[in-house]
Design a binder for this molecule. Structure first.
Ligand code: GLN
Length: 200
């Protein structure tokens, strides 16, 4: 059976996420078609979903304006896997600490946007991730941190702060796993999460 993957394409690294999904699917023995999502009506067709980074205020506004936001919530409600990265994490969170972001509330965390300050604005670090044997090369770009950890599993921390979590069918990271050739986070989120319809 060929799976249908959706990459929310209002902003961000859409092609990179699509490529990472294809690599991860291949590594897990799945065929996948990847669709780009810019309007409502496509998310309900998708078995798995990626919500890329970008600017969380803009992504939030477009998701609500286009009617995609409630479809993403229904996707998670149906226990289909979602990977939300960087600004995607901010939008998916319970509390973005910013009035301009209308959160989806599908990840039980509060976040602080742009939390690493100017000097450490963007950086790469080898991160230990629960479920992965070798460290993951994590690229942080004006990244948020998770400063209020609710009922979630923390998968990774940096400087004692949570930067990757799993909340049921959702995996969310402060960093950009799509920006390296390493597709293990996509594999973890989509094909190795027992809380989802694909692996559970
Ligand atoms: N700084 C952005 C925000 O707060 C997120 C950056 C990113 O997605 N790389 O929305």
């Amino acid at each position: 059976m060929t799976l249908t993957a959706g990459v929310v394409a209002v902003q961000g690294d859409v092609a990179e996420h699509a490529a990472a999904i294809e690599r991860a699917a291949d590594e897990h023995g799945h065929e996948v078609d990847v669709l780009e999502i810019r309007e409502s009506g496509i998310v309900p067709e998708c078995d798995l979903l990626a919500l890329p980074g970008g600017e969380s205020t803009t992504i939030s506004r477009l998701l609500h304006r286009e009617g995609i936001a409630p479809e993403i919530c229904a996707h998670v409600e149906a226990r289909k896997p979602l990977l939300a990265t960087c600004a995607g994490l901010i939008v998916a969170s319970r509390d973005a600490n910013d009035d301009r972001v209308d959160e989806l509330g599908v990840v039980d965390v509060g976040v602080e946007r742009n939390a690493f300050g100017r000097q450490k604005d963007s950086f790469e670090a080898p991160l230990s991730i629960a479920g992965l044997e070798e460290p993951f090369p994590a690229v942080f770009i004006r990244a948020p941190v998770i400063d209020d950890v609710g009922d979630v599993s923390v998968l990774a921390t940096w400087d004692d702060r949570a930067v990757a979590v799993r909340d049921g069918p959702v995996v969310a990271s402060s960093f950009h796993p799509e920006l390296t050739p390493d597709s293990r986070i996509h594999g973890l989120a989509f094909f190795e999460n027992e809380e989802t319809t694909l692996s559970g």
